[in-house]
Design a binder for this molecule. Structure first.
Ligand code: NAD
Length: 472
């Protein structure tokens, strides 16, 4: 391993690099950087064979400058306190970058999810929630989890149900967790939100002619060659939207079981069907299996999207990476020395705290929906449709223009929940990208997008502290 820094130290190193470019007092910067609360606890699991196992779990609330704190829960064998603190800190910065009014948090349960039955996972999730509730580490106004590695809507529904059972009097209880299934208070568009956000962020970055020219690339996503690592929730949706909506070509995929390459493009849906059928991405028709899995990261391409776990790119492989743009869909996929090396080589790194913020953005919309107890669009959809139809009819009667039924249906369509969610996400990603790009340009060539996004985050959290003052 070429980097000696822990994940949290790496996040803090990035913070420190940005902090010196701000003019906030040292004490305030220390306060912003530090983890406000972290809890490590254990609880027993009765396994299906009746044996008893001790489960280790963590929850870190990095910054309570805004409440609730927000962040996913991951199930992984290598989860540890440092990792959870690092991810919680990233959540604080991420929320600030995309103007989501939450502090950052993260949770982890130290298990390999695939080694447990569904019943066991449910018992683990419910007991984990019980412990969080007992310790005041969950609640719609306190701390709101979401999915992360190896957790999904299923676990979120178990968390919501457990919390509701424990807090039957709390009218906003459904807002205790996000990314729930739509039938359980979830919101349309949340499942694919992080991947869609990666697509919007990349589309925006690739739309800036000057930046693309300096990378030797054409403007736009069309025909850009993309390699994706990790075809899970984030990676699959990012690949799907990049291909279907952006016209990019997915020329390589790296998964747990191996890697494949196909220079003329992999059909993402067909690959997913192949994986469901055979249990592997390998031996996909027309694609070549690579001998060594992680060589997939080094394939010839324009854009690399690491969407699996942290430290996928370190100094061990960074010198061989050929991509001109790397979109950090996963959290912390590039070690800090590898990041410096790639920046020096002119690679554009679009940082995790911005590019994968689509999930928390739509989680924010879900939380708002839970607090307002009504689906977005429900009140205004028909009204908007009616008003637009009246306007079209007024245009028809005052001009020669007659609109076809199809045109009327398209123009007068009232927004449903999914339309509002996607448009809110698109606006958020576009606005945030230009905010950090402007900071980068203002600070000069030595500052990369990671540092620029961290400066944006520090400034916003600092303003919050300054306006609130310090208690007591
Ligand atoms: P996931 O479990 O759905 O998918 C992860 C995928 O990576 C799986 O398909 C897994 O098989 C694959 N993988 C694991 N190890 C690998 C390896 N060594 N090489 C290649 N592939 C490997 O998880 P996810 O929700 O998609 O999260 C992925 C990353 O994105 C994590 O870093 C997570 O923190 C981050 N993230 C997720 C969200 C979200 O909304 N889910 C939001 C922001 C950030």
């Amino acid at each position: 391993m070429s980097t000696e820094l822990s994940f949290f130290e790496q996040v803090n190193k990035n913070f420190d690099i940005a902090a010196v470019l701000t003019d906030h007092p040292r004490g305030l910067l220390e306060q912003i950087k530090s983890v406000n609360s972290v809890i490590h606890f254990t609880f027993p699991l009765i396994r299906d064979d009746e044996s008893l196992e001790v489960i280790h779990a963590w929850r870190a609330e990095h910054s309570q400058h805004k409440l609730p704190t927000k962040g996913g829960i991951r199930y992984a064998a290598n989860v540890n306190e440092d990792e959870v603190m690092a991810l919680a800190a990233l959540m604080t910065y991420k929320c600030a970058i995309v103007n989501v009014p939450f502090g950052g948090a993260k949770g982890g349960v130290k298990i390999s999810a695939h080694e447990y039955s569904t019943r066991e996972l449910e018992r683990i999730t419910r007991r984990f929630t019980f412990e969080l509730n007992k310790k005041n580490f969950i609640g719609p106004g306190l701390d709101v989890p979401a999915p992360d590695f190896a957790t999904s809507g299923r676990e979120m529904a178990w968390i919501a149900d457990t919390y509701l059972t424990l807090n039957p009097q709390e009218i906003d209880a459904l807002g205790c967790v996000t990314a729930k299934p739509v039938g359980q208070g979830g919101i349309r568009g949340r499942v694919e939100a992080t991947g869609r956000g990666v697509y919007f962020g990349l589309r925006e970055a690739c739309s800036v002619g000057d930046d693309m020219r300096s990378l030797g690339l054409n403007t736009g996503l069309e025909s850009k060659r993309v390699v994706v690592q990790g075809l899970g929730n984030v990676g699959y949706h990012a690949a799907k939207f990049l291909q279907e909506d952006g016209g990019a070509e997915i020329v390589g995929v790296v998964e747990y079981e191996g890697a494949i390459s196909k220079p003329d493009g992999i059909d993402v849906e067909a690959l997913m069907a192949h994986r469901r059928e055979t249990g592997s991405i390998l031996d996909f028709e027309g694609a070549e299996n690579l001998d060594v899995r992680d060589q997939g990261l080094e394939l010839e391409c324009d854009i690399l999207v690491p969407a699996a776990l942290e430290n996928a790119i370190t100094m061990d492989n960074a010198p061989r990476i050929k991509a001109k743009i790397i979109a950090e869909a996963a959290n912390g996929p590039i070690s800090s020395d590898a990041s410096n090396h790639l920046f020096d080589r002119g690679v554009m790194i679009i940082p995790d705290a911005f590019i994968n913020a689509g999930g928390v953005t739509v989680s924010y919309f879900e939380w708002l929906k839970n607090l307002q107890h009504v689906r977005f669009g429900r009140m205004e959809k028909r009204f908007t449709e009616g008003s637009s139809k009246k306007l079209l009819s007024a245009i028809e009667s005052s001009t020669d223009r007659i609109f076809s039924d199809r045109e009327i249906a398209e123009i007068a369509k009232g927004p449903g929940e999914i339309d509002l969610v996607n448009s809110g996400l698109e606006e958020t990603m576009i606005e945030a990208y230009h905010e950090i790009r402007e900071i980068k340009n203002a600070k000069g060539a030595a500052v990369d997008l990671r540092t620029a996004s961290m400066i944006a985050a520090i400034d916003k959290v600092a303003v919050s502290y300054r306006e609130l003052g310090v208690f007591p």
